[in-house]
Design a protein around this ligand. Structure first.
Ligand SMILES: Cc1cc2nc3c(=O)[nH]c(=O)nc-3n(C[C@H](O)[C@H](O)[C@H](O)COP(=O)(O)OP(=O)(O)OC[C@H]3O[C@@H](n4cnc5c(N)ncnc54)[C@H](O)[C@@H]3O)c2cc1C
Length: 383
């Protein structure tokens, strides 16, 4: 490998790394950027196994802002980004039982009023008319007609093609063993093949593995990889394919549940969450039973449906649940694009934009960058 000068070395070829590479290419930094991915294929971990749901509303208003901006990109990507639409907008219904209705109403109220035309508030009767097949105990709901399912393949392909065309070097099958440090500064990476790659800045976009790589050079940032399961029912369950995404916030005992149409069946999630080691986790048959129990309670028509697929993946969170985008406050030469939790696909374009602008100092969105900065988690509050 020729030793060319690398300004930005992105570690990880999931959606975080690819969207950052694409946005760096748009800023003219492609020829000085290299992305390395451990696997032989890009986007083969969390980015490949998620529910592909476009839901922009989150508990945290900062995350909602990222979601709304990310959703706008998905609906109206730049010309030439994808030959096919990135969203199948069959609508998304957020519903809550009496225990959580007020909490959800507060999330909605915290949205910038400029987005108010994007959704409609529903009472219990209106919800029952819209989703007559749903037997959950609902009090209030919010209907987002422009939301639905993201075409993950098209999104990944668009970022990858644009990054390559903009000059980003993409190398697969290159696994970082550790970050290299000289005089208190990260200067590159050492790969498990023994190769050393030097760069001005290392961009940690390594999903569930980012936390350990950063800790190896003394970063104080801690991230938590967690596991979540999904199930898809067999196609013969005689479903009306025009169902929207339905996301239910039940009582504290019930927890959350969501479903959406998938390949003639339904994709179901019991919203489980368990801490895991990203190198050592597997499916848990208890969760399979939990999904079946919730599905037969909320979707009685589906009582006899068979499971066609059942799998799990990793969602990685910072302590406060918000993404981490920015320079490490304690380790020079290290920049984070991580902790994308359960909405990395929705927010991908915005994540890449903020990361690329933070890296290059171009037109930085200062208030948002401060809210996402790793320093918010590693610096003790003053006073
Ligand atoms: C069950 C489930 C459902 C979800 N549903 C949704 C949803 O509906 N909507 C939504 O927006 N989001 C959803 N998500 C979240 C979304 O999938 C994640 O936020 C997103 O994929 C995170 O992307 P990433 O690039 O950070 O991580 P990843 O996709 O895991 O990418 C990290 C990459 O880094 C590479 N890497 C790691 N270590 C090294 C190393 N040492 N050297 C080189 N490369 C390395 C890995 O091989 C990997 O390719 C869901 C997630 C799960 C698990």
């Amino acid at each position: 490998m020729a030793s060319e000068h690398i300004r930005f070395l992105i570690i990880g070829g999931g959606i975080a790394g690819l969207s950052t590479a694409w946005q760096l290419a748009r800023l003219g930094e492609g020829p000085r950027t290299t992305l390395i991915e451990a696997e032989d294929h890009l986007a083969s971990h969390s980015t490949a196994v998620n529910a592909a749901i476009l839901r922009s509303l989150a508990e945290d208003p900062v995350s909602t802002t990222l979601g709304l901006r990310g959703a706008r990109f998905l609906r109206e990507p730049p010309k030439g980004f994808s030959e096919t639409p990135l969203v199948d907008a069959f609508g998304l219904l957020l519903t809550a039982g009496a225990d959580r209705a007020e909490e959800l109403a507060a999330w909605v109220e915290s949205m910038d009023p400029a987005w108010a035309s994007r959704f409609e508030s529903l009472d219990a009767d209106q919800i029952r008319r819209r989703v007559p097949w749903f037997a959950g105990d609902v009090t209030r709901g919010w209907w987002f007609p422009e939301e639905g399912r993201i075409d993950i393949g098209a999104l990944v392909a668009g970022f990858t093609r644009g990054a390559r065309e903009g000059g980003v070097g993409i190398r697969r099958g290159v696994r970082v063993e550790r970050l290299m440090e000289e005089h208190g500064r990260v200067v590159g990476v050492r790969c498990d093949s023994g190769e050393e790659i030097r760069a001005e800045t290392c961009v940690l976009a390594a999903g569930g593995w980012a936390g350990d790589l950063g800790a190896g050079v003394g970063s104080k940032l801690r991230l938590k990889p967690t596991r979540r399961h999904l199930m898809v029912t067999a196609a013969e369950s005689n479903l009306d394919r025009s169902w929207p995404v339905l996301w239910y916030f039940g009582s504290p005992e019930e927890g959350e549940f969501y479903c959406r149409p998938e390949a003639g069946g339904l994709l179901l999630c019991a919203c489980d969450i368990t801490d895991v080691d990203p190198d050592r986790y597997d499916v848990d048959s208890e969760v399979r039973r939990l999904i079946a129990t919730k599905a037969s309670r909320y979707l009685p028509e589906l009582r006899d449906a068979r499971a066609a697929h059942f799998w799990c993946g990793v969602r990685t969170f910072a302590e406060d649940g918000r993404f981490v985008i920015g320079s490490d406050p304690d380790v020079e030469g290290l920049f984070w694009v991580a902790g994308l939790g359960g909405s990395g696909m929705v927010c991908s374009a915005e994540v890449g934009r903020l990361a690329a602008e933070g890296l290059t100092g171009a037109r930085e969105d200062r208030a948002l960058m401060a809210a996402l900065s790793p320093a918010r988690l590693t610096k003790p509050e003053l006073g």
